[in-house]
Design a protein around this ligand. Structure first.
Ligand code: 13P
Length: 251
């Protein structure tokens, strides 16, 4: 099964405009011959400026959230149509920081997933368990629930535009990475669960990224696992020197 590696950077709430443009320019140049799929998740206010930089390159522009509704009286929200209008092709949804800091529910995440897919945006759907859930032996159960709730109403055809990012919450920004074996075990479970929700073909084709303290030092071992098809990278995506080596795996 030849799934392409998909390496994505989630910039979260970092950088000023000049820094965002600098990083985007550096990545366009450094990755121009890269063989993998690439995406950067940029803060809303810099999306339009960064869009001009990545236009025509092999880097997909991603947002870090989107409204669950269409345009209208929704103060503070940004719609899928607005994102598409400025050249954004993807949105990260269900990130643990939105689930646990902002309190986004699986129901709301699912509305956003469906809205984004119906609007023609790709979705990078994040799932993953808390440390307490892992210690209680509930990691698989949590991932299964977040998958079935997050993907409710999403068709097998639409799954072509869905990437799953498994991000164990205890590994995000902590320097603690799941071992390649532990990560592989849960990625395999996730793929099997997608086969149950859809069918084997959908499961074989879906890209499942790992996220949580992925860096230059651990990415090769993680990405060598049969069911780890890429990475969603936070801290190490904020500098070209630390992100490009991850992007170059397999090239
Ligand atoms: P870190 O790579 O900083 O652990 O963040 C991972 C993440 O949350 C990406 O979405």
């Amino acid at each position: 099964m030849a799934r392409q590696y998909y390496i994505a950077g989630n910039w979260k709430m970092n950088k000023n405009k000049a820094e965002a443009l600098d990083l985007a320019k550096g990545l366009v140049e450094a990755l121009k011959d890269g063989k993998n799929k690439y995406m950067i998740g940029v803060p809303y206010v810099y999306l339009d400026a960064v869009a001009q930089v990545v236009k025509g390159s092999n880097i997909l522009l991603g947002a870090q959230d989107v409204a669950s509704t269409g345009n209208g009286a929704h103060t503070g929200e940004v719609s899928c149509a607005m994102l598409k209008d400025i050249g954004c092709g993807c949105v990260i949804l269900g990130h643990s920081e939105r689930r646990h800091e902002i309190g986004e529910s699986d129901e709301l995440i699912n509305k956003k997933v469906r809205k984004a897919l119906n609007s023609g945006l790709e979705v990078d759907l994040c799932i993953g368990e808390l440390l307490s859930e892992r210690e209680a032996g509930e990691a698989e159960q949590v991932c299964a629930f977040q998958l079935s709730a997050g993907l409710a109403g999403v068709t097998a055809e639409q799954m072509k535009n869905v990437t799953i990012a498994y991000e164990p919450v205890w590994a995000i920004g902590t320097g603690k990475t799941a071992t390649p074996e532990d990560a592989q075990a849960i990625h395999k479970f996730i793929r099997g669960y997608i086969a149950k929700l859809y069918n084997q073909e959908v499961a074989d084709n879906v890209i499942i990224q790992y996220g949580g303290s992925m860096n230059q030092g651990n990415c090769e071992q993680l990405l060598a696992q049969p069911d780890i098809d890429g990475g969603l990278i936070g801290g190490a995506s904020l500098k070209a020197e630390t992100f490009v080596p991850i992007c170059s795996v397999g090239c």
